[in-house]
Design a protein around this ligand. Structure first.
Ligand code: SAM
Length: 231
């Protein structure tokens, strides 16, 4: 007898505004046997908002290696598992890659439910070139590493997208200006889809100053334009 086909749903969740969750994403959560989530408390709130009562399990950086084969085995045995992170697309600077790779190795169904993603949202709204871009996740946490990274990609002939934390955004922009110069065009996208959404676009020196003059609470994406680009 053949096994029933299980599935891994990759469910993108809102990066701020709950209205950005798609109908298809909600349906996949509703029909899943289990929701694998980065932080079960965060996902419990989302499920409660949707009026869904689904069992959850934690799948995060610290337990990915152990959990990936366990969850893949359950899918192999016919279960539907929805993978979500706290916000945005799972596996993009978030847990997920190992489970998806395990499912691919076992030739299991992987069904993506596309949706919010901070990198693409910032790039699209920046006014900086979108035809070619490089996504580098989070820059290193120390100045020396950040400067090396910014220097390494200085001449990339397209836009470059970074995530940055509220603890480091100010220092990171200082390092970026030091390495790429005060005239390099950048965009800092802050708190997208939330009440305090803001985009600072212009030469690095001006954007650095504008960001440093405000509170640095919130979430930030940095987009760097190719050398020589002006708005
Ligand atoms: N998987 C997520 C995605 O698809 O966008 C990214 C997760 S990563 C751990 C979190 C980072 O994404 C934040 O530190 C910030 O750089 C960026 N981010 C997430 N939500 C954001 C928002 N609403 N506005 C600006 N940046 C955001």
């Amino acid at each position: 007898m053949t096994q029933p086909q299980g599935v891994l749903y990759l469910v993108a969740t809102p990066i701020g505004n709950l209205g950005d969750l798609s109908e298809r994403s909600v349906e996949s959560l509703r029909s899943s046997d289990l929701v694998a989530c980065e932080d079960t408390r965060v996902t419990a709130k989302l499920l409660a908002h949707l009026g869904l009562a689904r069992p959850t399990t934690s799948y995060r950086e610290e337990n990915e290696l152990r959990k990936a084969p366990e969850l893949a085995q359950r899918i192999e045995q016919g279960e539907s598992i929805a993978l979500v992170s706290d916000a945005g697309m799972p596996a993009i600077s978030d847990p997920g890659f190992r489970l998806i790779r395990e499912c691919r190795r076992r030739k299991l169904n992987v069904v993506p439910l596309p949706g919010p993603n901070a990198a693409l949202t910032a790039l699209a709204a920046s006014g900086l070139p979108t035809d070619k871009f490089l996504f580098l996740g989070f820059p290193p946490s120390k100045t020396s590493g950040r400067k090396t990274t910014y220097g390494k990609w200085r001449d990339f002939p397209g836009s470059i997208v970074f995530y940055e934390s509220k603890h480091r955004i100010a220092k990171s922009l200082v390092d970026l200006e030091d390495v790429l110069g005060k005239d390099r065009y950048i965009c800092v996208a802050r708190e997208m889809t939330k009440v305090h959404e803001a985009f600072h676009v212009g030469p690095a020196g001006e954007v650095r100053q504008a960001v440093s003059e405000r509170s640095q609470k919130g979430e930030f994406v940095i987009v760097v334009a190719p050398q020589g680009y002006v708005l």
